[in-house]
Write a protein that binds this ligand. Structure first.
Ligand SMILES: [Zn+2]
Length: 176
């Protein structure tokens, strides 16, 4: 699987619940897939990419989020496998995009803080306490594992507008 391509809405794989990753899935091949997903995501300019978005109906995603450190702005790479949202808190409203919806951005309400449990690419258990953009990213990507797309998180009016825009892009050949 050297080549992975981003699939666009309304590909049915984006609307299907992913299968859990099990012990037999870990290994060299899996790590290669993850590496490829990071490069596909970087090339596309995204901060998160879930397996169903590259045609793999499984519950994992990669993310590369900007974080503030003592040395300034840095990026942090994470792989979250079989993510499980343990707790959420607060609320944030902000613009969101999705690599499976090229050119479409919309204001989405999300939880401000999230505690998530998952496994990393080596199979170890991790727990993360995130807020802001990182929390938004985890919630968006965990949704992908559940067959939920950000369209489903929009208000009915915004969803209608978004669907119309997609149709327009499809008829002009700007959406595959
Ligand atoms: Zn997405």
């Amino acid at each position: 699987m050297s080549e992975l391509k981003i699939v666009n809405y309304p590909d049915p794989i984006l609307l299907s619940v992913g299968k859990p990753v099990n012990d037999a899935d870990f290994g060299v091949h899996f790590e290669k897939t993850i590496e490829t997903m990071f490069s596909v995501m970087e090339k596309a300019g995204g901060v998160g990419l879930a397996a169903p978005q590259v045609g793999i109906s499984k519950r994992f995603f990669v993310m590369d989020i900007p974080v503030e450190t003592e040395k300034g702005r840095d990026r942090e790479r994470h792989v979250l496998i079989n993510p499980e949202i343990l707790r959420v808190e607060g609320e944030q409203i902000g613009e969101e995009g999705c690599l499976s919806f090229p050119g479409l951005f919309q204001t989405i309400k999300r939880d401000m803080r999230v505690i998530v449990k998952a496994r990393n690419q080596h199979g170890g258990e991790i727990e993360m306490d995130l807020d802001g953009l990182a929390a938004r990213c985890v919630l968006h990507e965990t949704d992908h594992c559940d067959g939920i797309v950000f369209l489903d998180r929009m208000t009915p009016l915004k969803r209608e507008l978004a669907k119309r825009k997609i149709k327009r892009l499809q008829t002009t050949g700007k959406w595959e």
